[in-house]
Write a protein that binds this ligand. Structure first.
Ligand code: AMP
Length: 395
């Protein structure tokens, strides 16, 4: 079913509730250290204010224990938002209490207020219908622009839609669906999926689901060791999720049958010490008898793997990249991720970076403008790629 976007709705003089993702990092002094998410929400906010909406914004921030905690207050976010917009943004000291009600009922068209952290009430995550009804309040329209939480059925992402007659997506969710769904329906070929990071349990089902669409896979990061062990190689102290070895075997077999090229690292950079100045070595190639010794741990792809993978990237028509090739947070374990990020950035392909750590790496090692799309959702983008319905989008 086609979904409404904020381009399709008339908001002049109407009360609008918009769920945004203002889950920004703060330092110990309570200052915002990265306002990317606030900046990203500006197009939808400006569109609604320019259209004459009476706009109430809500979001969660951090992980408060279902009750107010001063360090997770959205007040500094409201201040930064007002600076960025160049207009005052009223801040409600509560989420559904008297202050919020008063501010919402007295908003003039073209003005905005921000509610206090939705997770200051345990009923938010429980998707409690009384809480959702109070959060919906006087809103005539609900807009969701928080892709990063759209895979959770919480009161502010799903519950409120039962109490507001019209719902629509903001520009950020429109873009996420356009790139992670629309453009991947008929991708320019070959379609290459690069999967890395460490949580096999999170990503192996995504790999399985994407085998219907992708022509080639690159597997890097700690993910690779579960696949290498499934092929019978020794992986030493490296991270392996043993319970997924049967599924890894099934995927490797099915790739062979379907003619999907499944690229695993030919060699691995290893260490005995998980620290920034640790000694590292590269194994011999697995095809030539290489292995990870018992008391060594894989922390990056090896030199041959880097060359192989970059060549595969060069030939791709569409690239989806999710997950680093190694422990890129430490300089001496980052070479594989840097090389891959640079290769993807340079590639003559549609390039989509699938959220979480790969976006951090893309921004750290390249310019974000070198990629066609950087997803704002880690878990949400994986669930979308897996073919799951996101409650916050379905609603
Ligand atoms: P994920 O959350 O699954 O995307 O994993 C991202 C994390 O995987 C990053 O913090 C990386 O440091 C980590 N990672 C990548 N490769 C390895 C590896 N070979 N061993 C341990 N951790 C890794």
């Amino acid at each position: 079913m086609a979904k409404l976007s904020i381009r399709d709705i008339e908001v002049s003089g109407k009360s609008v509730l918009m769920r945004v993702d203002f889950n920004v990092p703060l330092n110990d002094a309570g200052e915002i250290t990265d306002d990317t998410r606030i900046v990203a929400a500006l197009p939808s906010i400006k569109h609604l204010l320019d259209g004459g909406a009476k706009l109430t914004l809500c979001s969660h921030m951090g992980r408060p224990a279902g009750k107010p905690e001063a360090k997770y207050s959205l007040r500094p976010v409201g201040q930064r938002l007002a600076e960025l917009l160049g207009t005052p943004v009223a801040f409600a000291d509560d989420t559904i209490g008297d202050h919020a009600k008063t501010l919402r009922s007295t908003l003039a068209p073209g003005h905005a207020c921000l509610l206090e952290n939705t997770r200051f009430d345990s009923r938010e995550k429980a998707n409690d219908s009384e809480f959702a009804k109070a959060l919906a309040g006087n809103a005539e329209i609900f807009v969701n622009d928080a892709f990063g939480t759209a895979h959770r059925a919480h009161a502010s992402t799903e519950g409120v839609t039962h109490h507001i007659s019209q719902s629509a997506m903001g520009f950020l969710i429109v873009a996420e669906l356009e790139f992670l769904q629309g453009k991947l329906e008929t991708p320019a070929k070959p379609f290459l999926a690069i999967m890395g990071g460490k949580k096999v349990s999170d990503k192996i089902q995504v790999i399985k689901a994407m085998m219907d669409k992708a022509d080639e896979f690159i597997i890097g990061g700690a993910m690779a060791y579960t696949f290498l062990k499934a092929q019978g190689y020794k992986t030493g102290m490296s991270l392996v999720e043993d319970e997924f070895i049967p599924l890894a075997k099934e995927i490797l077999e099915s790739a062979k049958q379907k003619g999907i090229k499944f690229h695993l690292p030919a060699d691995t950079r290893i260490t005995q010490d998980f620290s920034n100045d640790a000694e590292t070595r590269v194994t011999a190639q697995y095809s030539e008898g290489g292995e990870i010794p018992d008391d060594w741990e894989g922390i990056d792809i090896g030199d041959v793997a880097i060359k192989d993978f970059c060549k595969v990237v060069e030939g791709a028509g569409t690239i989806l990249w999710n997950g680093p090739m190694g422990v890129f947070e430490m300089d001496n374990f980052a070479a594989g991720t840097i090389a891959l990020a640079e290769a993807v950035a340079k590639a003559d392909a549609l390039t989509i970076v699938g959220g979480g750590d790969s976006v951090t790496a893309a921004n750290k090692f390249c310019n974000s403008s070198d990629f066609d799309f950087l997803s704002t959702g880690g878990g949400a983008s994986l669930e979308l790629l897996e073919g799951k319905q996101l409650p916050g989008v379905a609603a």
